[in-house]
Design a binder for this molecule. Structure first.
Ligand code: ISJ
Length: 376
């Protein structure tokens, strides 16, 4: 039996050859890039890559190696494409992104729509983001707010996208797909829920509690100590407060902010009933124009990937390769296509950064229906 040292020497010699061949292949790939630069041909050629995988796997002696060869060549070709994207960028072939950088997002004398009624957390987010001299109005549903932006009856909408306890607001991701609106800002608001009742109500009177489903889930522990209460979800926490006021029924309570309580003349029956002290909601500021602040730091995109193994992994490699830090990933089912998903990714960067342009170009070519949802 050969000793370990000898075996390792053999492996070293083979690896040296592999490195040499890899470099030789990459050199040819850069020549292919030159051809593509002069002809305007796309970097990614799926048919050629599929044919290549078929041809090289046929050369393998057994199934185990066939699988290994497939993975190896997928990675080699992925590197080869990344080199080509880089060369295209260096030659100025990277198309201009259809987004315009602005000094500032207008926060004064604009028309802003939020969902819910006065006293909603969305209103608090609007007040925190915009100046006092704006004109604002509210609508009943998130979709109405998206429509108001799309048709131009408002300049901006303030909409919840994520809560630190209850997670993502999945409907918002679907609406971002449905409308051609763009995220230009975000605002985080602490959601300090209270149990609100009529001025003459006592805790012992309560039989039913109304709130937004997310707020109900954010107060799960507290509600667990009142299992006999019926929980009824409403479209908004402030709507719940309004309902309790209007119904004038002592057995009803709402979970909403103290601000909503004041607005509708309700009494705080229990304060700070949320499970998590830092409970916060992140709101997005949406508009119908493709603009971004010149110093924006976060990008949101969405894309679909083919239903094959490793396809998401391949797309994510563009972030790693361009040294981009991903901050969030979310998936939503694609309507009408069972078990296929659209991914939503947030990552740090600005649309003017070279690495960002490179990654977006790669993702646009290699994934389906990539959309830039905003840079903010
Ligand atoms: C090198 C090319 O560009 C890309 C990379 C490939 C590779 O490395 O083999 C194959 C097809 C393209 O997606 C090419 O078009 O041949």
């Amino acid at each position: 039996m050969e000793n370990l040292l000898e075996l390792r020497n053999e492996i070293d010699a083979i690896d040296k050859e592999i490195v040499g061949l890899f470099q030789k292949r990459m050199k040819i790939s850069s020549e292919v890039a030159e051809y593509k630069i002069s002809t305007g041909k796309k970097v990614f050629d799926r048919a050629r890559e599929e044919e290549k995988i078929r041809a090289v796997t046929e050369l393998a002696d057994n199934d185990f190696n066939r699988h290994g060869i497939e993975e190896l060549f997928q990675q080699i070709m992925s590197m080869s494409r990344k080199l080509q994207y880089q060369l295209l960028a260096q030659n100025g072939v990277v198309g201009r992104l259809p987004f315009i950088a602005v000094e500032e997002i207008e926060k004064s004398r604009v028309r802003v729509v939020f969902q819910g009624v006065e006293g909603a957390y969305s209103e608090a987010a609007m007040k925190a983001f915009f100046q006092d001299d704006i004109t604002s109005f509210h609508v009943e549903h998130w979709r109405d707010a998206m429509e108001a932006i799309a048709e131009g009856s408002a300049d901006f909408a303030v909409l919840p996208i994520e809560n630190s306890t209850a997670g993502s607001v999945s409907d918002m991701y679907d609406l971002l797909m449905e409308f051609e609106n763009y995220i230009v800002g975000e605002q985080v608001i602490r959601c300090q829920h209270n149990l609100l009742g009529l001025p003459d109500a006592e805790l012992s009177d309560i039989k039913t509690v109304y709130s937004h489903s997310q707020a109900l889930s954010q107060c799960k522990e507290y509600l667990g100590t009142h299992r006999d209460w019926k929980q009824i979800p409403m479209v908004n926490t402030a709507m719940a407060a309004k309902k309790v006021k209007e119904d004038g029924d002592k057995t009803q309570a709402a979970i909403a902010s103290a601000y909503a309580g004041e607005k509708f003349g309700l009494k705080v029956l229990a304060d700070k009933i949320y499970d998590n002290e830092a409970n916060s909601t992140r709101f997005i500021i949406v508009t119908n124009q493709r603009i971004f602040r010149w110093d924006a730091k976060k990008i949101s995109i969405s894309f679909e990937v083919p239903h094959t193994s490793g396809s998401l992994y391949n797309i994510l490699s563009h972030f790693i390769y361009n040294n981009l830090n991903m901050t969030k990933i979310e998936s939503r089912p694609i309507p009408g296509r069972n078990w296929e998903y659209r991914f939503f990714i947030d990552f740090e960067g600005n649309l003017n950064d070279g690495g960002v342009k490179n990654a977006l170009r790669g993702i646009r070519e290699e994934a389906n229906n990539m959309r830039i949802l905003g840079n903010y």
